[in-house]
Ligand binder design. Structure first.
Ligand code: M7G
Length: 330
């Protein structure tokens, strides 16, 4: 994620017809939002009491903050969003410039943009659990080697007790939340899924496109549970997810990174779709498994993920890391 901001800028500078076309598609989509689908809401952050900054990055212009709302723990993520080519003219013409210095042909300013062009993407987790707080705390991490047996004796008992709630997943599947954001759905109970924008994507530009597909089938916790029986499900997600993204955002499969996390944060099978070139958090080789590789591995060995040793990073304060240490596996 270290170069994410630079990458975004580089991608934004792409001037090929493809990029232009996707941006036009997005503008039409945004019109829908401006037509009133986005709602004003009460400011739940008005009474936010900051406890600490969990982590931040000046380069990526993001800050994770721990605090309290009405005496309950909350995590707030503030992120400055990328520039958008289609609003540049309005930004340059409609802003106020304050001169900082002028020297020969060089000058620097503070530009005060109109408020609607100067928004901050804000994510709130409230009430937040200790796990949510830890997830965003800057921490050293360690690579763990997990055999199939380690999974059954160490990881599985731990995640059965300690996992984050899946309520948000069930709300999506049951259309109790985010129903209007769904990009595509295959309602089949076995091979079906819901494809929608990830919480991390503000949908303002395709340069940092990020969607997730969530399976209707319950009980498949992660990559470890996948066998050749799931091939129709995985192939369906890959093909129909790619088609839906082509239709909606005009991005072909060759521009997409489609992968699963191991370990995931949420143990209900879901697949990440991000734009190739956007360094999404967690897209590194130590955590991301390309769906097309997963499919091929299961085709050559139906029990590949049940038996194989898998590596993944765990943060220093992760309870699962402590379990691996207790078992003498680290
Ligand atoms: P993961 O691999 O389980 O863990 O992915 P990660 O969060 O460590 O990457 C879960 C994905 O679901 C992440 O990309 C989250 O940003 C996304 N996500 C999490 N929540 C709570 C929501 C939500 O409420 N709505 C949507 N649309 N996405 C979410």
């Amino acid at each position: 994620m270290a170069n994410a901001a630079a990458k975004r800028e580089a991608i934004s500078a792409e001037s090929d017809a493809f990029s232009q076309e996707t941006k036009r598609t997005k503008t039409d989509h945004e019109k829908g939002q401006e037509d009133g689908k986005e709602s004003q809401c009460e400011n739940i952050l008005a009474g936010f009491k900051t406890s600490s900054v969990l982590s931040d990055s000046a380069r990526e212009k993001i800050m994770f903050i721990h605090g309290e709302i009405a005496d309950q723990d909350a995590v707030v993520v503030l992120e400055k969003t990328p520039f958008r080519e289609e609003t540049l003219t309005e930004l340059l013409r409609g802003s106020t410039l304050k001169l900082e210095m002028k020297n020969d042909i060089y000058s620097s300013y503070r530009l005060q943009a109109p408020p609607h062009l100067n928004e901050i993407k804000t994510t709130v987790v409230y009430p937040a659990t200790e796990k949510h707080v830890k997830k965003h705390q800057r921490q050293e991490s360690f690579l763990v080697e997990e055999t199939g047996e380690d999974y059954r004796s160490i990881t599985l008992p731990y995640i059965e007790k300690q996992s984050l709630s899946l309520q948000w997943v069930y709300n999506i599947l049951e259309k109790k939340a985010e129903a209007q954001r769904i990009v595509f759905e295959d309602p089949d109970p076995e091979v079906g899924f819901v494809l929608l924008p990830d919480l991390k994507w503000d949908q303002k530009q395709v340069d940092d496109l990020y969607l997730i597909s969530i399976t209707h089938q319950k009980g498949v916790k992660s990559l470890r549970d996948l066998t050749s029986e799931h091939l129709p499900l995985l192939q369906n997600i890959l093909r129909k997810g790619q088609d839906a993204i082509l239709q909606r955002y005009n991005l072909p499969a060759s521009k997409l990174r489609v992968y699963l996390h191991y370990q995931p944060s949420y143990y209900h099978l879901h697949v990440h779709f991000t734009k190739l070139g956007y360094e999404a958090p967690g897209c590194g080789v130590e955590r991301a498994h390309l769906l097309s590789d997963v499919i091929q591995n299961l085709q050559s060995d139906p029990r590949f993920y049940e038996t194989r040793t898998l590596h993944f990073p765990l943060r220093a304060d992760d309870g699962l890391l402590a379990k691996f240490k207790e078992a003498g596996r680290l």
